[in-house]
Ligand binder design. Structure first.
Ligand SMILES: [Fe+2]
Length: 415
């Protein structure tokens, strides 16, 4: 699961030669893809101009009642993103938000030294973040272990091909809690903006053996058969160790809204099409790209989506629709996303980062790394080791975990 990082330019040159031999028509494939993608981007742009959102929405109650229709499911797969409404009640979320604010204030979070910035995003346009490096407040723990979220994740995980021919790639109904932080973005803030990117590494997508398997059909004559929801090889894709690179396997990145937020409120932006990754993967093999370059890919960094190489895609960047407290937002791990540069609204835009990391060997291994930090109040293992919460009052402990929570955190291995 690792990549030799000693001679990356040579590896890229060798890869490109091999791919050109294996797929001599790659330029024609790319042109064909460009035509299809341009139509997709046009439709996103025109909907956006009409003030409409192309990002599908599902009511949590429809998930529970098992009545999400096929058209919506198709749309979720096409867009690689979805808003699930009313997963939590406004009353519940309002209590969580108050408690989270109290937790940060009474423990002096905002009086601490500036949290050290990680360098993962250092090529992206960002400054001091307004993401709070707390992992173990009771609201976070309660939200993560809530049965409502478990049902939502289970539904979303089942949109993937999670098993084939007797092999199960992951268990869609069992979560391995991937602990992350919270966003508390103040009105007027201009420091949290994040340029468009894809997480899950960059050069790894071309140079890693498992990643090559994930994307192999894109480099064949049958490139249209590529299925972004095929779980084969995904749980074991390579990652170059770097601060803030996710070492777990996530089927969906996501967050739960604690406050109302919409376009202009410093919120999430997406390029809502799963065709983006086809474009990003094939782009470096075109004639205008230097032979040792993978456009926007730099070792140990997120995959940047840039005007220089991906201008067609960038026309499709749209803000997510307005969400209310208790709504959740989800996007496929290959979907391009960004954060609005400026928060022009009047309320704090706050979210709990909670994605979906279903049970597989990789995520079970990650849980083992996360147990001790939980018990001691240290930072979660994928993040900078600031360990602010060690001495925090009212931090969640083992007693705050429900039976489901214990299982998701890896404490009840047998069950
Ligand atoms: Fe990201």
């Amino acid at each position: 699961m690792s990549i030799d990082t000693t001679n990356i330019p040579e590896q890229i040159i060798a890869l490109k030669r091999r791919i050109h031999e294996q797929c001599p028509n790659i330029t024609e494939h790319f042109r064909e893809l460009e035509t299809i993608l341009a139509e997709e981007i046009d439709s996103i742009e025109s909907a956006s101009k009409r003030g409409e959102s192309v990002i599908p929405e599902i009511a949590f109650s429809d998930i529970i009642a098992n009545q999400v229709d096929d058209t919506t499911i198709k749309s979720v797969k096409r867009r690689g993103a979805v808003v699930v409404r009313n997963v939590f009640t406004k009353e519940q979320v309002s209590l969580w938000y108050e408690e989270l604010e109290r937790y940060l204030e009474t423990n002096g979070y905002f009086e601490q030294d500036d949290p050290e910035l990680d360098h993962y995003f250092s090529d992206l346009k960002t400054d001091r973040t307004q993401i709070c490096a707390v992992y173990w407040s009771k609201p976070q723990v309660e939200a993560r272990q809530s049965p409502n979220l478990a049902q939502t994740r289970s539904f979303l995980n089942r949109l993937w091909n999670y098993q084939e021919n007797g092999t199960q790639y992951f268990d869609p109904d069992r979560e391995c809690t991937y602990v992350d932080r919270v966003r508390m973005r103040q009105p007027g803030d201009t420091s949290l903006g994040l340029s468009p990117h894809i997480d899950g590494g960059s050069i790894e997508r071309w140079l890693g053996d498992n990643y090559q398997q994930v994307y192999r059909s894109l480099f064949s004559s049958n490139w249209k058969s590529y299925n972004p929801f095929n779980g084969a090889f995904r749980p074991e894709v390579e990652g170059i160790d770097s601060p803030a690179v996710c070492r777990a396997f996530r089927t969906w990145q996501g967050w739960t809204a604690l406050t109302k937020q919409g376009p202009g409120d410093g919120t999430l932006q997406l390029i809502p099409t799963t065709l983006s990754i086809d474009y990003v993967m094939l782009r470096p093999f075109q004639e205008d790209v230097p032979e040792d370059m993978l456009c926007g890919a730099v070792e140990g960094r997120a995959q940047a989506i840039t005007d220089e190489w991906h201008s067609l895609l960038l026309r499709g960047l749209v803000s997510i629709p307005k969400v209310n407290p208790g709504d959740t937002v989800w996007w496929h791990p290959d979907v391009v996303h960004a954060v609005e540069h400026e928060h022009q609204g009047s309320n704090v835009s706050s979210v709990l980062y909670i994605g979906s990391a279903p049970k597989c060997d990789r995520n079970v291994r990650y849980l083992e790394r996360q147990t001790q930090p939980f018990l001691e109040g240290r930072s979660a293992p994928d993040f900078a080791p600031e360990d602010y919460e060690i001495a925090y009052k009212n931090r969640a402990s083992l007693e705050d975990l429900t039976e489901l929570g214990r299982r998701q955190m890896g404490f009840n291995k047998a069950s």
